[in-house]
Design a protein around this ligand. Structure first.
Ligand code: DX5
Ligand code: ZN
Length: 231
């Protein structure tokens, strides 16, 4: 199997960290071997929860060299692309179910110099983003209903991970297939086997166990899943 298929990138989601000690969480993730940080932006409309905006992204930017993966769970991502880029987002991931025009949103993300990701909720079929696959650097398959950390993984989304991986391979694209929601050292195995290479991990990283140890376990399991895959 080509080495590219064994790519494993772990992105701790700060939503599960202690907001009162966010700087410590950022440092622990970076020191513990995280490949990126995932920041969940929620507007109380697209999802039934509120989190944070560009000011917090910018505070995190000032404290780490890790790439920042900004997950926009908001109704009008197009309106905020520039603000999140200015705040320091490296990849801006928007939902195809949101109100902004997807093509225009991708163009705007590239215009401001960020990488573009497109996300789908558990109930959205892969066909909804198939024609966008050649224009993005990341496809995010949600494995829980967006809005809250600590939910149970939904294995029924794995065929969409496979479909995304197949499509990107057919296009000769190096874009990442990302999975977000309920990722643990168990659920990461079939996710990697299905072709995901970028794993968002909230509660499985920020808990009572040291962050570095959690990341080590997750990485080991993901590599095992990727190796076992018959693709
Ligand atoms: C959910 C967010 C996720 C969440 C992941 O809406 O998009 O990034 O923080 O948390 P866990 O890994 O605990 O499901
Ligand atoms: Zn997320």
């Amino acid at each position: 199997m080509p080495e590219a298929d064994l790519r494993v990138r772990l992105a701790p989601s700060l939503l599960s960290a202690d907001f009162g000690a966010l700087g410590d969480a950022v440092r622990a993730a970076e020191a513990g071997g995280a490949d990126a940080l995932h920041l969940d932006v929620m507007d109380g409309h697209f999802v039934p929860n509120l989190s944070f905006g560009p000011a917090l992204v910018s505070a995190v930017r000032a404290r780490t060299r890790l790439p920042l993966d900004v997950h926009l769970m908001i109704e009008e991502p197009l309106r905020y692309v520039e603000a999140f880029r200015t705040a320091g987002g490296d990849t801006l991931v928007f939902h195809v179910e949101a109100r902004s025009d997807p093509e225009a949103t991708i163009r705007e993300i590239h215009r401001v110099g960020a990488a573009a990701g497109v996300a789908i909720r558990p109930a959205t079929p892969f066909s909804a983003i198939e024609t966008l696959a050649d224009r993005v650097e990341q496809i995010l398959v949600m494995s829980v209903e967006p809005g809250f950390s600590g939910q149970k993984f939904r294995p029924e989304v794995l065929p969409k991970v496979e479909a995304a991986r197949r499509r990107l391979r057919a296009l000769g694209s190096r874009a990442e297939v990302s999975i977000d929601g309920g990722i643990t050292s168990e659920t990461i195995v079939p996710s990697a086997a299905a072709g995901a290479s970028f794993f968002v991990c909230g509660n499985s990283v920020f808990n009572d166990v040291p962050v570095a140890e959690n990341l080590r376990r997750l990485r080991e399991a993901a590599v095992r899943g990727a190796r076992d895959a018959v693709r």
